[in-house]
Design a protein around this ligand. Structure first.
Ligand code: HGY
Ligand code: MN
Ligand code: MN
Ligand code: MN
Length: 428
């Protein structure tokens, strides 16, 4: 007989971890780089294969599956009170170049398995439970992070930007989406906005992507806040010229301007007065890229974050001042300084935090209340629904590289936490 979720006994939760590990391996095979690395870029052929695989797993779990016009995928277990706002969970399956098998994946495959875990009990959820696979959480192809969740959360600015943004091969977002089979037109972009009351709550399961839980031997992290990310693209232009013939005093080397700015990014982050401020230059491209040609163009992409938004914004401004100063000093042109995104942090819902704390106690799992220094789709879902995140430890905190790893026991704990949290939320 169906019963209220609160009486689910933790011992009735059984995770098919062998099956889940097979799925993780299978999904990692849809990659544009050789194992053990994973590269899966938005709307690529491998991304389309991976999407098809996720939809098949959702269907096998008995979920009703739908996709929106940019490929956010929704798998819903209809609850007994289907008209009520649902409890949602989910994450992403796109993978930055040469990365690992677990970032995002745990929150999609693990979420589908959490549904299967609950279906193995006699639970009939009151509120529907929905698994969301967000299109493109990583900024790799179009430089826009959390593209799917940012749009679902109602970003007019993004809906506008997507009409003209192009990737490194000058392919537009709309063309790329159509290549992947999404019959998308410009007016569709705002039609996918979710409403504030579409969901009762959103919970994401994710690897920590840091070493704290593993170092402290604590199996579960309950996220209290997600740090505020910003990204900036900068172009410098100089005269370039022959590496042998142009003497040093008469050079205006765009590459050295970029190098000096990269060091300035590090300095501003280090001098912010807090360890919570980080700054990274992960992309630095020189044109023409020949050993004996002085770079006439340099393109750099800067990622800076902080849990304190004000402090993060000060660093963004300092980076801007440094770019202007360096360009003047070196006689190069600062042809672009574009803040691509400058997002506020997100706070987790206290109600969801305490629901998670109850679940951890029911499962007899110790937990850490902690901030997420990585951003996630939860950062944007928090704009339209109460949000919470569950972390599991990952090997040495490694992420965004092929050594990324989460052990079966940690994955089992995370899936049980997610299942119990969703079951409890759906009965609210
Ligand atoms: O960069 C991030 O924080 C996320 O892992 N994409
Ligand atoms: Mn029962
Ligand atoms: Mn990532
Ligand atoms: Mn991620």
């Amino acid at each position: 007989t169906p019963h209220s979720c609160l009486s689910i006994s933790p011992s009735s939760l059984s995770v098919d971890i062998q099956g889940l590990q097979r799925q993780i391996e299978e999904l990692s095979s849809f990659s544009d780089s050789p194992a053990p690395t994973v590269t899966r870029i938005l709307y690529s052929e491998k991304d389309v294969l991976a999407r098809r695989y996720i939809k098949s797993l959702m269907a096998q779990a008995g979920l009703s599956v739908r996709e929106d016009s940019i490929g956010n995928i929704f798998g819903r277990w209809i609850g007994t009170e289907a008209a009520l706002p649902a409890v949602a969970t989910g994450s992403h399956i796109d993978a930055i170049p040469y990365s690992g098998k677990y970032d995002g994946i745990i929150g999609v495959l693990g979420a589908i398995e959490a549904i299967n875990v609950l279906k193995r009990t006699d639970l009939q959820p009151k509120r529907s439970l929905e698994v969301i696979m967000f299109t493109s959480e990583e900024p790799t192809r179009f430089g826009i992070s959390c593209l799917g969740s940012r749009l679902l959360a109602g970003s007019q600015e993004l809906a506008h930007a997507l009409k003209q943004v192009v990737d490194g091969q000058n392919i537009t977002f709309l063309e790329a989406a159509q290549f992947a089979g999404y019959a998308i037109h410009q007016e569709d972009l705002t039609s996918i906005f979710l409403r504030k009351d579409d969901y009762f709550s959103f919970v994401e399961l994710h690897i920590e992507q840091g070493p704290i839980l593993e170092n402290e031997g604590i199996p579960i992290g309950i996220v209290t806040a997600i740090a505020a990310p910003a990204s900036i693209t900068v172009d410098f232009e100089g005269n370039g010229g022959h590496a042998g013939a142009v003497l040093m005093p008469s050079r205006n080397d765009a590459g050295l301007a970029a190098a000096e700015l990269a060091l300035a990014v590090e300095k501003h982050a280090m001098d912010s007065g807090s360890l919570d401020t980080v700054g990274t230059v992960g992309v630095l491209e020189l044109h023409p890229g020949a050993i004996n040609s002085i770079p006439s163009k340099a393109h750099i992409e800067i990622d800076t974050r902080d849990i304190d938004e004000e402090r993060r914004n000060i660093v963004v401004n300092e980076i801007h001042q440094s770019a202007i100063r360096i360009a003047e000093k070196r006689g190069v042109k600062l042809s672009k300084f574009k803040i691509v995104n400058q997002d506020p942090p997100a706070l987790s819902s206290n109600q969801i935090i305490s629901t998670m704390e109850d679940a951890a106690k029911q499962l007899n799992l110790s937990y850490n209340l902690m901030i997420s220094r990585a951003y996630h789709d939860s950062l944007f879902m928090a704009r339209i629904t109460p949000m919470g995140m569950i972390f599991i430890p990952c090997y040495k905190g490694y992420s965004h590289k092929p050594e990324e790893y989460a052990s079966p026991e940690n994955i089992v704990n995370g899936v049980k936490m997610l299942a119990l949290t969703m079951a409890n939320l759906s009965s609210e």
